[in-house]
Design a protein around this ligand. Structure first.
Ligand SMILES: [Mn+2]
Length: 505
């Protein structure tokens, strides 16, 4: 690895790379070599790690639909991807912490694989493809590891603080003959994942570029009368055909009208199946994933291309908080303070609009902001859309309305990548709850609020990287009311005139 590459200059990286051709991004295997080096450096600095320790990780496994033989498209487990960049299922990987030497173990495939699945590759093929030091078959894992005489195998076991699920620890027949420690690795590797290298940033810039363009395609194509899922489909099509993104980072949220206030709309029980109507506000939260790296972008805009005065007022309130937060972001800033900043701007703006009345400091005391923004301001982003490392030991969740939904309460550092996604929503359940609570209802002008029932919601979500003196905005979509209206008018101008010509015939 050259110095240039160690600093993360992707263009300077030589050797094999992942590439899907055309205009898609070339991601060098050196990205993962640097990740492994950073992990080993950290582990060697940990006093609990003995000499001659070996990291052992198990990759994701191929799965089928329920009891059938219908395969589900494989996507690598995120920690394993971060460490090895291996796209195939059913592998293991090991790293000698002292030397940094890496080993990948691949399954020995049956002869029938060559008939049904394609060419069976030899270990040497994978060694070159992933630029690791050794590749062996999985059934040799015990003897290969034993020959290295490790003092300890460091395996990955720890809680994902977003899901509460525990990562699957590596296991194989014969592991009982080794000394295993499953406590040390998880916090160390999670910490490595929190800070992105320049090469990782380059990939996240790419996922953002493609996903931003895909959002713009949707804004160009939307017409009253179309289905929400047509927009989802168009987004996915653009991401895959132009960006090589087979997966999205999460299920697309394509809410129109009141559905824009349903925070995780789009799931199987509410599958983006409403018809987009005139006067609807659309809240589309979608992000493409390339080589397991995520993006997470929300655009909110009027279906017909023109904001009503009320839509404009709420939209600009959210834009104001988004921009205030972006201006304040820099290393050393505590993320919960950014959430509080957004909340305060929302309360001030809602007071100007007339929905709220009274003293904003007093509203803050009764957590009124969480009625309108029940979710957190944003989260870490990387290989997972809700990336790991949000709550390491010593960082505690703040158990207050709104703030408790934050997926991280960390102090920002250079190299962190986060979403900034303030929103204002009119959610009946929360509004009724506030109206029934005298400590909150005294701030609400119910007459004005009535006008906003069934309004839906506005979210503006961008992805950012914390830089030395501020931040870098990765997302690039029309954001101000003027930009959105001009973009949609220009994009739809041609199709609209075509429609009117057609109707004259
Ligand atoms: Mn998000």
């Amino acid at each position: 690895m050259t110095d240039e590459v160690q600093r993360g200059n992707m263009a300077a990286a030589e050797g094999p790379s992942f590439w899907l051709g055309n205009e898609t991004l070339k991601v060098p295997a050196a990205l993962f070599a640097l990740n492994r080096k950073r992990l080993c450096d950290r582990l060697r600095g940990n006093k609990d790690v003995q000499k001659n320790a070996i990291v052992l990780m198990q990759g994701g496994e191929e799965a089928q639909r329920y009891c059938t033989d219908t395969g589900i498209v494989f996507r690598q487990e995120s920690y394993f991807h971060w460490t090895f960049g291996v796209t195939e299922p059913d592998c293991y990987g090991a790293i000698d912490v002292d030397t940094g030497k890496s080993i990948v173990f691949v399954p020995k495939l049956p002869e029938s694989y060559a008939v049904w699945m394609g060419k069976i590759h030899h270990p040497e093929y994978f060694r070159e493809k992933y630029a690791v030091d050794e590749v062996h078959y999985k059934d040799e894992i015990t003897s290969v590891l034993a020959s290295k005489k490790p003092s300890v195998l460091l395996t990955l076991r720890g809680v994902n603080t977003d899901s509460g699920n525990i990562s699957r620890e590596a296991s194989f027949e014969g592991i009982s003959q080794f000394n295993v420690n499953n406590k040390i690795l998880h916090p160390e590797i999670a910490e490595c994942r929190v800070i992105k290298t320049d090469m990782e940033l380059e990939v996240l810039r790419y996922t953002n570029k493609i996903s931003s363009e895909a959002h713009k395609e949707v804004m160009k194509a939307i017409k009253v009368g179309m289905k929400e899922y047509e927009m989802e489909s168009l987004f996915q099509h653009y991401c895959y055909t132009r960006g090589g993104m087979r997966h999205t980072s999460y299920t697309c949220i394509c809410g129109s009208g009141n559905n824009s206030s349903v925070l995780h709309y789009g799931h199987a029980g509410a599958p983006n199946d409403k018809t987009v109507e005139d006067g609807d506000l659309c809240l589309f939260d979608m992000g493409g994933e390339y080589y397991c790296y995520a993006s997470d972008i929300t655009c909110t805009f009027p279906a017909n291309g023109k904001f009503t005065p009320d839509q404009r007022a709420i939209y600009e309130a959210v834009l104001k908080s988004s921009r205030a937060v972006m201006k304040a972001i820099k290393p050393g800033v505590a993320w919960p303070d950014m959430h509080r900043l957004a909340d305060r701007v929302h309360l001030e703006e809602l007071t100007k609009i007339g929905i709220l009345k009274g003293n904003v400091d007093d509203m803050v005391k009764v957590h009124l902001g969480a009625i309108f923004m029940p979710h957190g301001l944003g989260h870490l982003l990387g290989i997972d859309v809700h990336d790991v490392g949000g709550y390491p030991e010593g960082v505690d969740r703040i158990n207050l309305p709104g703030l408790k939904s934050l997926r991280t309460a960390r102090v920002l550092k250079e190299g962190m990548v986060l979403t900034v996604e303030p929103g204002i929503y009119f959610i009946d359940r929360l509004l009724d709850q506030a109206l029934n609570d005298p400590s909150q209802s005294c701030f609400i002008n119910n007459e004005v609020l009535q006008r906003f029932r069934r309004f839906g919601g506005v979210r503006i979500e961008d992805d950012i990287a914390v830089a030395a003196n501020g931040m870098e905005l990765l997302t690039c979509v029309p954001r101000t009311v003027e930009e959105i209206e001009a973009f949609m008018a220009e994009a739809q101008g041609s199709t609209k005139s075509f429609d009117s010509l057609a109707s004259q015939k």
